[in-house]
Design a protein around this ligand. Structure first.
Ligand code: GLN
Length: 280
């Protein structure tokens, strides 16, 4: 049997054609099949490993399947989350949405709504880091609702997850929220063909595409959010890097104040936010 080091090198070489992080992904796969943690792997670099269980994983990855689907779990905001196809794989830039919500909640707790929750990543990250808050999530996809609920249980959070289209999924007696967040679909129809095959061939187009300019869902959320926000409440939305001006205008036209665009770590416009004023 080859050593762990040789196994990692061979795997990384094969994966180099489909990913920019072949070494990292090789390590994730080896940790997954051995059940070791990173420290154990480092200590056992020269130990032999059985590489047979790795082969089916590598073949799936060579067909561009996202690593998260192959592993069945993915990390977001330092939380290990279950995931399965075709849910949107949590992206690092979405962590900023969580930061926005948490800074608006501090120092008091409040009610939070996460629309288009997918795996429940944003809702859960908020719930875990603002334990006094009540977090409600909705998604139109039944797999998302099932997985988000399971992730809530996994992290012992009492997340309420409702299936349905945006706000209409909420029960009638729902009280207003201090924070509404969403990472909705926002990709323009014309961009679709240019997306990486990992995204285009595997993730739910319903979680990505939103009309010709990608803003259909964002327009609906901004139009309806004031009916669900407390005065002084925050609406924060993830959006595409070229959509900042358009989303800012939508927020201002709907009466939101203190509107701002927040950049992601790559320096791209990524989050649009606004406060719903006490009176307009
Ligand atoms: N940023 C995502 C991408 O990689 C899009 C996510 C979304 O539409 N919410 O395409």
């Amino acid at each position: 049997m080859p050593t762990a080091r040789v196994t990692l090198d061979t795997m990384a070489e094969r994966l180099a054609g489909v990913t920019e992080c072949p070494g990292f992904e090789a390590e994730l796969f080896l940790l997954h099949t051995t059940g070791w943690n990173r420290a154990q792997l480092i200590a056992r670099m020269n130990s032999p490993v059985d590489d047979t269980p790795l082969e089916p994983l590598i073949l799936r990855r060579l067909a561009h399947e996202p690593v998260a689907y192959i592993l069945g779990s993915w990390e977001f905001f330092s939380l290990e989350l279950a995931i399965e196809a075709p849910l949107l794989v949590p992206r690092p830039e979405t962590e900023e949405l969580v930061e926005r919500a948490l800074s608006h909640l501090a120092p008091d707790a409040g009610r939070v709504l996460d629309l288009c929750t997918g795996t429940g990543c944003v809702a859960l990250a908020i719930a875990c880091n603002a334990p006094e808050s009540t977090v409600v999530a909705t998604d139109i996809h039944p797999v998302a609702v099932r997985v988000a609920k399971a992730n809530g249980e996994r992290h012992q959070q009492s997340l309420s997850v409702f299936e349905g289209d945006l706000f209409s999924a909420l029960p009638e007696d729902t009280s207003p929220f201090r924070v509404v967040v969403s990472n909705p679909p926002y990709v323009e129809a014309t961009t679709w063909d240019g997306l990486a095959p990992d995204i285009r061939n595997y993730e739910d187009p319903g979680a990505l595409l939103s009309g010709v300019d990608g803003l259909d869902c964002i327009r609906r959320i901004i139009a309806e959010a004031p009916d669900w926000l407390l005065p002084g409440g925050l609406l924060a939305l993830e959006m595409g890097e070229s959509q900042g001006a358009a989303v800012l205008a939508l927020l201002q036209d709907r009466g939101f104040v203190n509107c701002a665009i927040v950049k992601d770590l790559a320096g791209h416009d990524r989050i649009a936010q606004g406060i719903y004023p006490a009176s307009i």
